[in-house]
Each structure stands twice: as C-alpha cells, then as structure tokens.
Design a protein around this ligand. Sequence first.
Ligand code: NDP
Length: 334
Amino acid sequence: MVKFYYDEDADLSILKDKVIAVIGYGNQGRAQALNMRDNHLDVIIGNIKDAYWDLAEADGFKIYPIREAASKADIISFLIPDELMPQVYEKEIQGELSQGKTLNFASGYNIGFGLIKPPSNVDVVMLAPRMIGKYVRELFVKGEGFPSFIAVENDASGRAKDIVLALAKAIGSTRVGVLEVTMAQEAYMDLFTEQGTGPIIGRTLMAAFQILVEAGLPPEAVLIELYMSGELGLVFQTFAETGIAGQMELHSQTSQYGSISRSLTLKFDPIVEHLKKIFEEIKSGAFAEEWKKEQEAGYPKFKQLKELSKLNPLAPYEKKVIEGLRRKKREKDP
Ligand code: NDP
C-alpha cells in the first residue's frame, strides 16, 4: 500500500550541526534555502559569480564558489539545471564527496539515466518538489505546503531515508505529504508530463482556437473562454482537491451531460498510441541520449524549435487579453 510521509514521520534534529550547501541559487535553490533557514538549519550557498550570487548575498546567506561550498558541506543539494549537472559534477562536486556526505537532487534525471555516478560511500537521495520554486517559498511562508517525491538511491550511512525526510520537512513538504519513488521513476514521470500530457493539452487548446476563430468568433473572447480567464487553472486545482468526477459536480447539468457524452466519442486509441511511444522513448533512454547529443552539438535543433515556437498565432491575441484584463499583479517572491 502507498505510504504518505508527514511532519510526524520526519525529524529535523538529524540535520542539526550539519552544513547544508545549496548549489545553484535559482528557482528551487533560493526557495529551498530560504525555507530551510527559516527552520533554523545551517544553510550555505554555492554559485557561480553573477546576479544569483548577488541575490544570495542580499538575502543574507554565506556564499562560496561551488567547489568550496561542496567542500564545507555535509549535505549537498545540487540544484542547477539538469543538463548542466554532469559537467559541473565532474569538475566541482565529485572531488569533494567523501564518506558521510549526502548528495541530494531535486530531480531523478541524471542518476536515473546514469549520467552521474556518485561513489558508493556517500548517501544519494532525491527531494523533488512537485511545485515550482516560487510556490515552494510562497506556500511555506503562508504555513502551507506542497507534495514532493523522495528517493534513496544509495544508503551508505544507513540514515539516508531519515535525512531526506528531514530535508522534506525543512522545506515544508511533509506538511502536505511526500511519497517515495525511485529516481528513475521520477524522471520518467516528469518527462512524460512535459512531453506527453502537456503538449496534448497545449495542442488541443490551439486546435480549439483555430476552429472557433475560423467560425467567426472573436479571438480575444475565445482565449478568455479557453484558458485566459483562469477558470481552467481553477478547474485543474479542483481536480487536485476533489478528483475529476468530484469537480464535475460544480458544473451545470447541461455541462455535465455534454462533457461526459462527448468525451465518450473521442477516439482514445491514437492518443494512447502516441503517449506510449513518448513513454518508450523516455524509458529506453533514447530521449536522454538525443538531448545529450543536442547539447554537445551546441543546441542547433533546440534553437530552431524556439524560433518556431515564437510563430505561435495565439501570441498577439494573448498580449491583448493580458493588457486588457485589469488583474491584480502577482506578488514578488516572499
Ligand atoms: P534554475 O534554472 O533556476 O538554475 C539554478 C541555478 O543554476 C542558478 O543559480 C544558476 O546560476 C545555476 N547555473 C546555471 N548554469 C550554471 C553553470 N554552468 N554552472 C553552475 N551553475 C549554473 O534551475 P531550477 O531551480 O529550475 O532547477 C534546479 C533543479 O530543480 C533541477 O534538477 C530541476 O529539475 C529541479 N526542479 C525544478 C523545479 C522548478 O521549479 N523549476 C521543480 C522541481 C524540480 P546562474 O543563472 O547564475 O548561472
């Protein structure tokens, strides 16, 4: 049976007297570092010397070049972009790993696909929030939390699980609940959402826009109907809180009848086939290999794809809607 871990399953005292180095003061790094410091832990930062370095300093942290931070730390939270990790690991981290240390990731990508192979005398764990960094901080400050996946890939100390559970408590995740998976499983699920589910939703919205605008409906109104009112976001939020069937009850009977009857006419097999192919490419390591080669070649295809995505025909109308709606601006990061 699935086990959720909560605050009462985690003990922060295991992190007392330990130095935690957050390597990379970006989206996750800043949020996690601030949350852990608010829990009275000894957090230092490792970063290259640039704007993020200055921000960490302005936030009052002790900040060091990456290798020096890794050398001072008992626990190294390695929070730089996944594709850059192998080379930074090799140059700056590997040499600083010694018996008794813990290497912690926020994603299973590099361990899951065998791109980083830490020595067997260190603990290797993962604390992967299912939440963007901005909200890792914002929810923590509000006294709320967010789910995370945890993993223990190597338990050299015999305490690796206690350590990763304590880290999960320190960033506020065990307030809501964490689940244990393997790092490979986390990587598969994460990539599948990015490459499978996400694009299907995005392309469906684009197809809907095309059909409705071609039928003579005003583009800005179509965008508000489809997703720019924010209602769709709240519907997904309700999926999370009550389940898909539960949220259905919030809609009119006309909506329920139309939605259930028409969803049953959708041709499901092509979607399943498409998603299976995506999953196979991920699980076999073919995607990781393709992406590695793309990086080594200097990102030629990625650059083309980014240019292509700028041709999005919805963008000019999205701009008008964003400018037109008098919405409260989101607060800056707390
Ligand atoms: P960011 O893109 O925000 O960058 C993190 C840090 O990496 C920055 O401080 C950046 O410094 C540093 N960095 C960039 N290039 C280099 C380099 N060549 N050498 C050393 N440091 C470098 O990363 P995220 O926070 O988005 O991701 C960190 C980890 O968290 C990843 O494993 C990701 O999968 C995971 N994750 C991310 C989530 C998110 O909210 N984005 C959600 C859950 C997990 P600078 O820019 O100053 O160079």
